[in-house]
Design a protein around this ligand. Structure first.
Ligand SMILES: [Zn+2]
Length: 334
């Protein structure tokens, strides 16, 4: 089924001004950011916490919204600066209405197309109740939040052979030398667009694998172009990965993680990624804060309970075994 985008040209300038003046306050000197890939089954919900801002990419299903809200409460986050809905399938937009009802959301970004999915209509209804208007992404948007750069890429075409998936917004996030690519549910046509956009450097450290790991004709080309060090599949624990995808990532030396094995809670400075992964209900990283000083060769992890240094890592020893006790895992990215 083909879908058509709505017109939007006249609001473009207003939206650019809105972005400059409204949501994106500039700052720097952040020492640590956190990225949480929630376990919401075969669906996406990803929270990014910079020093002073919070961004949610997709909202999971209607009945998994409590997982996100509980975590936000635990982290004492009462306001989302941005909620970016990559597209309007129920596993991406399903929890949006409940999140909007439960907390303050400053800006909602969405692609510019129409959908009649039940969950999308519920989201629209809640937006209306709250007297909010989503920002439609029709040109590449740039945000800088506490030194973290976001590029939000809209679909380039007004029609696709597939339904909603190819309208996915694609988000590239860069922090120092580190980079993440969140690829929504892109299918073949949209992946081709990304592969052919010369200005869009596809190489990233961490990839949220498109469409829960479903293989398209050009998926392997895409994986080679991204060459991620870490690949996150938002899918159930028992989902069997496509053999070709698995082998390609193995060949690239990529570490593979599935949200179905537990929410992935990741804390990152410009060189170190420290994370917990598993079914534990307690986000153990909440007890640690990573500090990395550009002039120092040591990265230190401070215990927030007792404020003592717990672990130190020599930046120049670039192996991947830093003897963090279980359940922490660390990946040093040089
Ligand atoms: Zn999906």
């Amino acid at each position: 089924m083909k879908k058509r985008r709505t017109g939007f040209g006249s609001l473009l300038l207003a939206c650019v001004l809105f972005l400059l003046n409204g949501c994106g306050k500039q700052t720097s000197d952040s020492t640590e950011i956190r990225v949480t890939f929630f376990d919401v089954g075969k669906g996406d919900a990803i929270l990014i916490e910079t020093e002073r801002h919070s961004v949610l990419i997709d909202s999971g299903y209607d009945d998994t919204s409590e997982i996100i809200l509980d975590y936000l409460a635990e982290r004492k986050i009462q306001r989302l600066d941005y909620m970016i809905l990559t597209h309007f399938d129920k596993d991406h937009v399903g929890g949006a209405d409940r999140i909007l009802e439960a907390m303050d959301v400053a800006c909602v970004f969405q692609p510019d197309y129409k959908s009649d999915s039940k969950q999308y209509l519920e989201f629209l209804e809640t937006m209306k109740d709250k007297d909010m208007r989503a920002h439609l992404v029709v040109i590449t948007e740039r945000l800088n939040l506490d030194g973290v750069d976001f590029l939000i890429y809209p679909p380039q075409q007004s029609e696709y052979e597939t339904e909603d998936n190819d309208f996915s917004l694609v988000i590239s996030m860069t922090y120092g030398n580190r980079s993440f690519l969140f690829a929504g549910d892109c299918e073949e046509e949209r992946l081709e667009e990304l592969l052919s956009q010369a200005e869009f450097g596809l190489s990233h450290d961490v990839l949220k694998v498109p469409h829960h790991g479903r293989k398209e004709k050009n998926t392997l080309d895409f994986l080679y172009a991204v060459s991620p060090k870490i690949a996150v599949f938002t899918c159930p624990e028992n989902m069997k990965l496509e053999e070709d995808i698995y082998v390609t990532l193995e060949n690239l030396g990529t570490k593979i993680y599935l949200t179905g094995k537990g929410t992935i809670n990741l804390s990152m400075t410009t060189n170190l990624i420290l994370f917990t992964y598993g079914k534990s209900s307690e986000p153990l990283l909440n007890r640690l804060r990573i500090k990395e000083n550009a002039s120092d060769r040591i990265i230190s992890c401070h215990c927030l309970d007792c404020s003592r240094k717990k672990y130190q890592i020599d930046k120049y020893l670039q192996n991947e075994n830093h003897n963090f006790p279980s359940p922490f895992q660390s990946i040093f990215l040089s």
